[in-house]
Write a protein that binds this ligand. Structure first.
Ligand SMILES: Nc1ncnc2c1ncn2[C@@H]1O[C@H](COP(=O)(O)OP(=O)(O)OP(=O)(O)O)[C@@H](O)[C@H]1O
Length: 597
């Protein structure tokens, strides 16, 4: 009863995923028609060769049961030659199918990984903020492995089984209509049972196991990525316990899924045995009634062995298909997701001249804030070439404002313009190419120093890279590195100090020739020499550009053209340092006095 209840409780999701994944795979196969056709033709020829074997074996038995004189020997030789031809033909055809499917699968896999990567890269910041990097990588790699298994099982195993069942049923029905009917009904019942067990009983538990598998990948990657924090707090044992908890749940789900697979295979094997017994009993009955001779019995028995060879693993194969479909499900889902932030149809390139930024009646709220707006009717006019500080308490919306300017999120209302052009009407790439970012935590690729500096302009010459490094006060320390500009910086730049990473990122901003700069002031304290070098580089970078500085230490913003104070997503105060300090009871003045103390 428990089994039956679960049969009908969740099959809909499984079926939906099945058609979704199979449709996805079919579309990819169809893109390589020659490989697909050769695979199918090869496997069809090999299967038909196998079907013909019992027929020839039957003829051989009939011929050898006659005296060897006369034409009987000739017939026997013909049967032997026929069997040899079928064997060799089957091997060659199967080889053609295997070679073709290897080409097909390798092409499909490389297309899928490239497309999946391209999509994931373009998903919004919101999506990346909500999905672990580790689970995304696991989703893709697990799905790729599954597509290989799925192709082999569907084309090289299940397709021949369907062919063999159809052809043998037809041949059998041609001899004895009733036997043909028994095979047809038995085969349909067997396949029906296999599909039902697989989709209704095994698939839901496999889906759950996969979700826990993804979760385990995420837990592993989270702890490994933050290993420095784990070490700093001596929290290895705590992280061990955390993983053990997830691993324990994962083990339970996996075990249940595997056991259900075994139960399902056993049931299917029993059903296959019943079908074979019915056929053997049928031919024995025909023999008793004198309607079948030794050749016929030999034919049915040989056919049984061939079919048995094919069908023995049908349950297993349907389970493999189901598992592969489940494993691909999360990968295929990536292809159905619409990017939250997309280029408008026919979006043009943004060309920034002076760098005049306007926020006009902007409304925005993060989706995870349940409809609550962070900005409501926000208006700002940032003059071209001005250097503006964004200050305010933590969570007041400073970073969000700069994210909206880069269009990492779409606004819910109003618009943002640069030099009069609505940023929603231009391509995201051209918009972001005009904005250089110096983040609080500089992120570097595990590539050479030169590649990291030239990330915004990969065509930059060595001389231009060195010039940018000099402007960013980075040239001296780069020259002292073991391989200079060719030195690899380590994962996320761990082989460089915080101040050095910061200056590499500033050099990157110099080289990008962006007209607008967003700086998120580093809160982590640098030593005073390092801080001076960074400060000088920043000053140089600001010259002649429109600059937004997210400032945490007010001492660094005093000399800027304008200071905008945010509170709860609203512009609370706006003016120069002197103007804001003149305001009694103002929050800037209060914050400044606290920090000065
Ligand atoms: N991806 C996100 N999803 C949901 N809410 C977010 C997200 N990012 C930020 N928030 C929320 O939006 C509000 C504004 O955050 P924001 O990072 O813009 O503040 P901030 O002024 O830059 O703060 P800080 O000075 O601490 O960096 C906060 O309440 C924050 O919790």
């Amino acid at each position: 009863m428990v089994v039956m209840a679960s049969f009908f409780s969740r099959p809909a999701a499984g079926r939906h995923e099945f058609s979704d994944v199979l449709g996805f795979v079919w579309r990819r196969w169809r893109a390589h028609p020659a490989c697909l056709a050769w695979t199918l033709v090869g496997i069809a020829i090999a299967t038909v060769a196998d079907v013909m074997m019992p027929l020839l074996a039957g003829w051989l038995v009939s011929d050898v049961s006659r005296p060897a004189q006369g034409g009987a020997l000739h017939h026997v030789m013909r049967d032997v030659a026929g069997l040899t031809g079928l064997g060799v033909g089957g091997i060659l055809a199967r080889r053609m199918a295997y070679v073709s499917i290897s080409h097909l699968t390798s092409r499909v896999m490389s297309t899928i990984v490239t497309e999946a990567f391209a999509r994931v890269q373009r998903f919004s910041s919101e999506w990346h903020a909500s999905n672990f990097a580790g689970s995304t990588v696991r989703r893709i790699t697990r799905g790729l492995g599954a597509i290989d298994t799925l192709g082999d099982t569907l084309l090289l195993m299940l397709a021949p089984e369907v062919i063999i069942l159809c052809v043998t049923t037809a041949v059998l029905a041609f001899h004895w209509a009733l036997m043909g009917l028994v095979l047809a009904v038995g085969a349909v019942a067997l396949i029906g049972l296999s599909v039902m067990l697989t989709l209704g009983y095994v698939a839901p538990s496999a889906q759950l196991a996969n979700r826990w598998d993804t979760r385990m990948g995420a837990t592993l990657s989270d702890a490994v990525t933050c290993n420095a924090v784990v070490k700093a707090y001596g929290a290895e044992a705590r992280e061990d316990a955390r993983l053990a908890w997830v691993a324990n749940r994962w083990r339970g789900r996996m075990l249940r899924s595997w056991l259900r697979g075994t139960n399902s295979a056993n049931l299917q094997n029993l059903a296959a045995l019943a079908m074979r017994m019915a056929l053997i009993a049928g031919v024995a009955l025909l023999w008793a009634k004198g309607r079948a001779g030794p050749g016929d019995v030999a034919y049915v028995l040989t056919m049984m062995f061939v079919i048995q060879g094919y069908l023995r693993d049908i349950g297993q194969q349907i389970s493999v298909v189901q598992r592969s479909v489940n494993e691909m499900g999360e990968l295929v889902a990536l292809f159905h997701m619409k990017p939250d932030v997309a280029d408008a149809p026919g979006a043009g390139r943004l060309v920034v001249g002076a760098g005049h930024i306007r926020f006009e009646h902007v409304a925005f709220g993060y989706t995870r804030q349940h409809g609550r707006l962070l900005f409501d009717d926000l208006n700002l006019d940032i003059a071209p070439g001005s250097r503006v500080a964004l200050v305010g308490p933590s969570g007041s919306g400073k970073t969000t404002l700069t994210r909206l300017l880069q269009r990492l999120y779409d606004v819910n209302g109003g618009r943002i313009t640069i030099d009069g052009t609505d940023i929603a009407t231009v391509t995201q790439a051209s918009l972001r190419g005009q904005i250089a970012i110096v983040p609080q935590e500089p992120l570097l690729f595990h590539r050479s120093v030169a590649e990291n500096i030239a990330y915004g302009r990969p065509d930059a010459t060595a001389a231009e890279i060195a010039h940018a490094a000099r402007q960013a006060n980075a040239a001296d320390f780069i020259d002292r590195l073991p391989r200079g500009y060719a030195t690899m910086v380590g994962e996320r730049g761990v082989k460089l100090s915080g101040g050095e990473r910061q200056r590499i990122v500033i050099a990157r901003a110099f080289l990008s020739r962006a007209r607008i700069v967003i700086m998120d002031e580093a809160t982590s304290s640098l030593d005073s020499h390092s801080e001076l070098l960074v400060q000088q580089a920043m000053e140089r970078l600001m010259a002649g550009r429109t600059v937004l500085v997210i400032a945490h230490r007010l001492s660094t913003v005093m000399g800027l053209d304008r200071i905008i104070v945010f509170r709860h997503g609203r512009v609370w105060e706006d003016g120069t340092h002197a103007e804001l300090m003149a305001r009694h009871g103002g929050i800037y003045r209060e914050l400044f006095e606290i920090q000065s103390r």
